[in-house]
Design a protein around this ligand. Structure first.
Ligand SMILES: [Ca+2]
Ligand SMILES: [Ca+2]
Ligand SMILES: [Ca+2]
Length: 744
């Protein structure tokens, strides 16, 4: 690889500040000081198969994800775009990345000219609408920038973004009649429009809002669009019927803006968005994106990505490994996304408007996924954001009475199982983050675990959720036990002895689901009765005792007490032989198994999150070479540089965070222990930039595809024999050296 200059430590710290101000010229790193790491990012990775990643222009953790929208053809279009497609209905300002449910796709703009209909049309009958086709050869994709040629209209569209604004550059053929359609009907996936508004304020400013229902039950987004050329005329449509005037409120609202024949054919559009008001959207635009120098904003977006990616300086003799690593790191920074205006206002879970400039409020919290690797990774690579991830969740607790489960644009979706915000809060607290009120945070985790909803009343009463009380009871109970064990750690640290004992006990509730008779986690009908018939391979999506998995996959879901699970299974030897069996076992999952169960090695399913810690269990039980074999296989086979290079849903950064950590050589198995368990580094060297100008370097000497086993380790020059390194040791700065070997 090319030599990287690494004078970037300070730039990373100031990136958080720039969320409010747009930029901080005095402290900005110059282009020269920043390494070009975006060259290793391939945004196509994960846009094929079931990856569901976002493709388009955005900045790290930004509110705007501006990108192309296909005509949705099913589950694989959850991000609005799938690599297999070639239909284009416009460029929307919000997108999810990697989810298994579709939503967003708000404020869709499409440049058109000549003959077209206001209807969207279909791939089969494009002439009945405005839909166009594109070709990957005529796309340019890179962090912070997207471009595509649209042959049907002879337009080249380029996109870039700031945190809260999208910037469109439409080059029409000179002299043709240029139009921009605005479609507030179409969203993605479960989205449906409820009410929208548009008003042409003057010939270069259009304001409005779009309210929708769907996965986010009550989503409200406001916008302000400014144009570089005057609008000659506007036609507003209610459900494809023309309406007179410059303003309209309708459920199915669209507009056709006519810019006339332009000598230079160029129309630039800047769109500010806000969860609060169109006035705020306009203010976001005026403060964050005041000029018309499109190329300068593209360069600034690239600079922001390089600044954030520079948290790790990675080295590898294999260029594909660098592409996989930096693309994975890029994918972990699409969300959580900012959900707050430049003036500090945001919409709470209770729909009220709050103004608070003391923290950055975020949304898109896919916690059942991201508590496992993404949030532990953030504590190491993005510590400057961790306090506000916690502050955001504590505010949500204050507004909805419990911590977020799966939060989206001010809405609790209650998606997935567990209350997995808990480990994230506790992990931050135990790692020494001080930028949030610890008492309030404890109140939030405790109250969340002491509610009665979603089966928690059974946990309080019996310690387990009876199998007939709900679906997915084993998955729920195991997730609750993980979070409860984390609460115990926080209570202990705070000197709350009674709470500590209570939650430590609840952290052991996984034992209720372990059936010694079959040696698996199993639905427990009552104190004396198990779910029958029992088949550890069978999986029935949303209709059995597990969640997107089978008993084989869930039997290992005790990261909070691996030794306890070992003991339950009859000791270390038996545990290890069961693990061996797990990684080769084959059986029929049945025809109703979840689509999420992908990336199989035996019954291990890397495509879905409950498996993510399992390969590291060997290392914890004194068999590190088996962990090495597995994590190398997973990194080689389930992460590639092709569009189908992710083996399952990206899940808002979780799949990529697994790779980022594993490629550096470790993974945090217990979600709040701060212990990063060793695997086998794909990178030859990784230098992590830490606060205060410190660095921590991981070196793998003699590393190769064959030399994948760790023969010996030193930490700061001293022999090191533990199977993990602590967060505290990493954050002190220093050097961890692995001597790699091919011999087991
Ligand atoms: Ca929506
Ligand atoms: Ca998943
Ligand atoms: Ca996944």
């Amino acid at each position: 690889m090319k030599q990287l200059k690494i004078k970037i430590g300070f730039a990373v710290v100031f990136a958080a500040v720039s969320l409010f101000t747009g930029c901080n010229p005095k402290k900005q790193a110059t282009e020269e000081e920043l390494p070009n790491l975006t060259q290793y990012v391939d945004p196509y990775i994960g846009t094929g198969f079931h990856g569901h990643v976002f493709l388009g222009a955005n900045v790290p953790f930004g509110a705007v994800q501006l990108g192309p929208t296909n005509i949705t053809q099913g589950w694989d279009w959850c991000s609005g775009y799938h690599y297999s497609d070639s239909t284009l209905i416009g460029f929307a300002h919000t997108h999810l990345s990697g989810t298994g449910i579709g939503d967003l796709g708000d404020i869709l703009l499409m440049p058109v000219t000549g003959e077209y209909q206001i209807a969207t049309g279909s791939p089969e009958k494009p002439e009945e609408g405005y839909v166009a086709f594109y070709n990957h050869d005529n796309e340019v994709v890179k962090p912070g920038y997207y471009a595509v040629e649209i042959p049907r209209y002879g337009v080249k569209a380029e996109l870039t973004a700031t945190e809260r604004t999208g910037f469109h550059n439409y080059q029409f053929s000179a002299g043709t009649d240029a139009h921009v359609l605005i479609n507030l009907v179409r969203g993605i996936g479960w989205d449906a429009p409820v009410e929208s508004h548009m008003r042409l304020e003057n010939d270069t400013l259009l304001t409005g809002y779009r309210f929708s229902k769907g996965w986010a039950e009550d989503q409200r987004i406001y916008f302000a669009a400014v144009f570089s050329k005057p609008v000659q005329s506007i036609v507003l449509f209610d459900d494809d019927k023309k309406q007179d005037g410059r303003e309209l409120v309708a459920q199915k609202l669209k507009a056709d803006l006519d810019f006339g024949a332009l000598a230079d054919g160029l129309v630039l559009v800047k769109v500010g968005i806000s969860p609060v008001s169109s006035e705020n959207a306009l203010e976001n635009l005026q403060i964050e994106n005041p000029g018309w120098d499109f190329d300068a904003v593209v360069a600034e977006a690239g600079r922001k990505w390089n600044t954030e990616l520079a948290c790790v300086t990675a080295k590898s003799s294999d260029p594909e490994v660098l592409t996989k690593f930096y693309t994975a790191l890029y994918h972990t920074m699409i969300a959580p996304s900012v959900f707050q205006d430049v003036n500090g206002e945001y919409r709470g879970s209770d729909k009220n408007i709050y103004r608070d400039t003391t923290f950055v409020n975020y949304t898109t919290l896919s916690l059942w996924d991201t508590y496992r690797a993404a949030h532990p990774m953030f504590t190491l690579l993005k510590p400057e954001r961790v306090d506000d991830f916690v502050n955001t969740m504590v505010k949500i607790f204050e507004q909805q009475g419990e911590l977020p489960v799966w939060h989206l644009m001010g809405n609790e979706t209650y998606c997935m199982v567990g209350y997995s915000a808990v480990p994230v809060v506790v992990d931050a607290y135990l790692k020494g983050f001080k930028g949030f009120d610890a008492q309030r945070a404890y109140e939030a985790v405790k109250n969340t675990a002491m509610g009665d909803g979603r089966g928690v009343s059974y946990i309080k009463e019996k310690g387990y959720m009876p199998a007939d009380s709900d679906v997915e009871t084993v998955a729920k109970g195991l997730e609750y036990a993980i979070s409860d064990a984390c609460i115990a750690l926080m209570a202990k640290d705070m000197g709350l002895e009674e709470d500590f004992r209570y939650f430590e006990n609840r952290g052991q509730n996984y034992r209720h689901y372990y059936s010694p008779e079959v040696g698996f986690m199993r639905g427990r009908v009552s104190d004396t009765e198990w779910r029958t018939p029992f088949d550890p391979f069978k999986a029935q999506h949303r209709n059995d005792d597990f969640c997107e998995g089978n008993s084989w996959q869930y039997t290992w879901l005790v990261p909070q007490d691996v030794d306890g699970l070992v003991e339950l299974m009859g000791g270390r030897e038996k545990f290890l032989s069961r693990l061996d069996e797990f990684f080769v076992a084959e059986g029929d999952m049945g025809e109703h198994a979840s689509n999420d169960i992908t990336g199989l090695i035996g019954q291990y399913a890397h495509g879905n999150e409950p498996s993510h810690h399992i390969a590291y269990l060997y290392s914890l039980q004194g068999e590190p070479n088996k962990t090495a074999d597995l994590v190398r296989k997973i990194m080689d086979e389930f992460y590639t540089t092709r569009p189908d290079g992710l083996i399952g849903n990206e899940d808002v950064g979780q799949m990529s965070a697994w790779y980022v950590l594993s490629a550096m050589g470790f993974y945090q198995v217990h979600p709040a222990s701060g212990e990063f368990v060793f695997g086998s580094p794909a990178l030859d060297e990784a230098t992590i930039q830490l606060p205060g100008g410190k660095t921590f370097t991981v070196k793998a000497l003699n590393n190769s595809a064959y030399n994948k086993y760790i023969k010996s380790k030193t930490l700061n020059g001293q022999a090191y024999t533990k199977s993990f390194i602590t967060y505290q040791d990493l954050m002190k700065g220093g050097e961890l050296v692995f001597e790699m070997t091919s011999e087991r």
